[in-house]
Design a protein around this ligand. Structure first.
Ligand code: DCP
Ligand code: MG
Ligand code: MN
Length: 352
């Protein structure tokens, strides 16, 4: 399942169990857990390089980077095929952390910190157990927890999008506005609405300033209800906005009609970046990851603005860029696929 587990070795069952435990620690992200990830990484590497089956505690202890505790775990797996510690690490906290990360603006790290501070329920968080404090966006995330964690029917995403598109085109008829994400992939339900905005520049104009006007219009028309994350420079050609919205009223409904709050994201990009933005924002995230991986292997780098060549990466840490390189393709999805040697995929095919 992981990209690391490429080759089988004679101690594969041990490697698999230790990897499982390592991933549980990785998800937790405390300093202590990070240290454990580090030491399991070393032990797993030593096990892979070991041509013989480990059968005794003594052999396990002799492995490079393996201390007493890890050696005991290796023997437990060898003798019982199991690792009790995995069950212990998987219990309670995993389920609770999952509930916490359902709050907008709360990632795995924050969720684990809150768990460590003694929070066990959403009510604990609201009550400030362990001195936990919410940001403004997290307060809204908590207030509309149910709504935000309910997927909307595709039809509702369409209703909202069409209302927004109409308002956007009133601001500037030459805008390119499109709905991306799971909607573009043809999914029957959507977790949120992802809208891409850009504009051709052949008349010397751009979409700079449009997002600010659009957000104001959408608030006054009652479609946008709360802001979660406002871009630091909304007039930039590349900006990201996160908020909550409701669908427009249907015939016979009044402003008192209860409507579920929906998550909405806006992404603006320079016109020449639209192809790369289409790819990024259509997803899915796993498909994107494999495209980025392919690009990296070819010596390129791919993000929402383009495909870059001449990227210089740090030899110590390949994820660190020493030089950003220059864009070789960005305007269309097709040319990016072509350069990467990936056969054309329709949006609905872009899944893991
Ligand atoms: N994306 C990504 N990596 C991330 C987050 C997003 O590549 N960490 C890209 C791929 C996603 C797209 O942005 O498809 C939109 O992000 P969403 O979180 O809105 O995901 P989806 O629209 O695909 O699914 P959902 O229906 O849950 O919103
Ligand atoms: Mg989405
Ligand atoms: Mn989104």
């Amino acid at each position: 399942k992981s990209q690391m587990s490429s080759q089988e070795c004679v101690n594969q069952d041990v490697v698999d169990k230790l990897t499982e435990l390592m991933e549980l620690h990785r998800a937790k992200q405390s300093d202590e857990d990070r240290w454990r990830v580090f030491s399991y990484t070393k032990a797993i590497r030593a096990l892979r390089n070991q041509p013989h089956r480990i059968t005794s505690l003594e052999q396990a202890r002799k492995l490079h980077g393996v201390g007493d505790k890890t050696a005991n775990k290796i023997m437990e797996i060898v003798q019982t095929g199991q690792l009790r510690r995995i069950g212990y690490e998987t219990t309670e906290d995993i389920a609770i952390v999952k509930v916490f990360t359902g709050i907008y603006g709360v990632g795995a790290r924050t969720a684990h910190q809150w768990y460590a501070a003694g929070c066990r329920t959403l009510a604990d968080i609201t009550a400030g157990v362990g001195g936990v404090k919410l940001s403004d966006a997290q307060v809204i995330g908590m207030q509309f927890y149910e709504d935000i964690n309910t997927r909307m029917p595709r039809e509702e995403a369409k209703e909202i999008y069409e209302a927004i598109e109409k308002i956007a085109l009133l601001i500037d008829a030459k805008l390119y506005v499109n709905i991306m994400g799971s909607y573009r992939r043809g999914k029957l339900t959507c977790g949120d609405i992802d809208i891409l905005i850009t504009r051709p520049t052949d008349d010397g104009l751009s979409h700079s300033g449009v997002l600010t006007k659009l957000l104001t219009s959408l608030h006054s028309s009652g479609i946008l209800t709360e802001d979660l994350s406002i871009p630091s420079d909304p007039d930039a050609l590349d900006a990201v906005y996160h908020g909550l919205c409701v669908r427009p009223l249907r015939d016979g409904e009044t402003s008192h009609t209860k409507r579920i709050r929906r998550r909405i994201d806006f992404l603006t990009v320079p016109w020449e970046s639209r192809g790369a933005a289409l790819i990024y924002y259509t997803g899915d995230d796993i498909f994107n990851r494999s495209l980025r991986l392919k690009a990296n292997k070819m010596g390129f780098s791919l993000n929402q603005k383009g495909l870059y060549a001449g990227v210089v990466r740090s030899p110590e840490d390949r994820t660190v860029k020493l030089s950003p390189g220059n864009i070789i393709a960005s305007a269309t999805e097709e040319e990016i696929f072509r350069i990467l040697g990936v056969p054309w995929q329709e949006p609905h095919e872009r899944v893991r």
